[in-house]
Ligand binder design. Structure first.
Ligand code: R5P
Length: 294
């Protein structure tokens, strides 16, 4: 098996190749003056199973095209199997029709990757598991929450309260609780489907004087975390942190979150950024090893 270093996840790919001792295949990439993507494999993949590591955080459309082109190039050059390792899976939030006239975006992406030559997909904390059912080949999501929890334990925050900003993220707060060994809970969130505005109702938690960590899969505009942090502050939490797998941090999200009283934002290298203090490399490496031995 070889590992192809997609342009959006070169460092993560390098880390995985080091842990698993996999030979790397670099990718030359460029964007033409008109905006079109170009990729070329700089290594031999003949008769190999290949893992393509390529996250699809913004700019997601070009990164998706690069992924499709890389998979296709791998197959054209004799690869036997192409496993797409896509830590952040773009469009997974549109896994169904919410309003009349929409499409199921992730289904279109899934079919495109299939046609391009992808045989299997591994992602991390996909927003909706249902999104994976739209892929016409095996697609799996693995969870990085225990890695985030361990990070906080190492920083001395054992027993911190793990808060999920909505019911859907409660599985995340449950996984975090297993590592932090403190209490947890969830808020009730409502998002306006037209404006994207978030409303979170206040709830009672016993966090007075305690450290609380808001855990979520994605931080995008930061609206969710800002609301949750305000509630924790009102309830008297002494220290508030925000943790997520995919720190998209669109626009001034980071600033707004810190202004709302969050001491620090911790994310993973699913989306490389200055808050990506936890690497997904050991988690993804384990998943790849299970395929090598299987
Ligand atoms: C949505 O349900 C997700 O789990 C996140 O809570 C959401 O994507 C965060 O978005 P934002 O940062 O824009 O509030």
């Amino acid at each position: 098996m070889k590992i192809i270093l997609g342009p959006s996840s070169k460092e993560l790919g390098e880390r995985i190749s080091q842990i698993n001792g996999l030979e790397k295949v670099p990718v030359a990439s460029k964007t033409f003056p008109d905006g079109e993507a170009y990729v070329r494999l700089e290594g031999n993949v003949q008769n190999q199973d290949v893992c393509i590591v390529q996250t699809t955080s913004p700019p997601q459309d070009i990164r998706l095209m690069q992924l499709a082109f890389i998979a296709n190039a791998a197959k054209r050059n004799g690869a036997k199997k192409a496993i797409a390792i896509v830590p952040y899976l773009a469009y997974a939030r549109q896994d169904k029709i919410f309003l009349q006239g929409e499409t199921v975006s992730i289904e279109v992406i899934a079919r495109m990757l299939n046609v391009a030559g992808v045989d299997e997909l591994i992602t991390v904390n996909v927003h909706q598991e249902n999104a994976l059912s739209k892929f016409p080949f095996p697609a799996k999501s693995i969870s990085a929450i225990s890695l985030l929890g361990e990070y906080f334990v190492q920083r001395g925050f054992k027993k911190a309260f793990a808060l999920a900003p909505d019911k859907g993220a409660m599985y995340i707060a449950d996984e975090a609780k297993k590592v932090l060994k403190g209490e947890n809970g969830h808020l009730e969130k409502e998002r306006d489907r037209y404006t994207g505005q978030v409303k979170i109702a206040k709830k009672q938690f016993d966090v007075k004087g305690a450290t609380a960590i808001v855990f979520d899969d994605i931080i995008s505009t930061g609206g969710t975390i800002v609301n949750a942090a305000r509630i924790l502050k009102d309830l008297g939490a002494s220290r508030i942190f925000a943790a997520c797998v995919h720190p998209l941090l669109v626009g001034d999200a980071q600033e707004r979150i810190l202004d709302a009283g969050v001491e620090e934002i911790i994310g993973t290298d699913s989306v490389p950024s200055e808050v990506s203090k936890v690497t997904l490399a050991p988690l993804i490496s384990k998943e790849i090893r299970s395929r090598q031995s299987g």
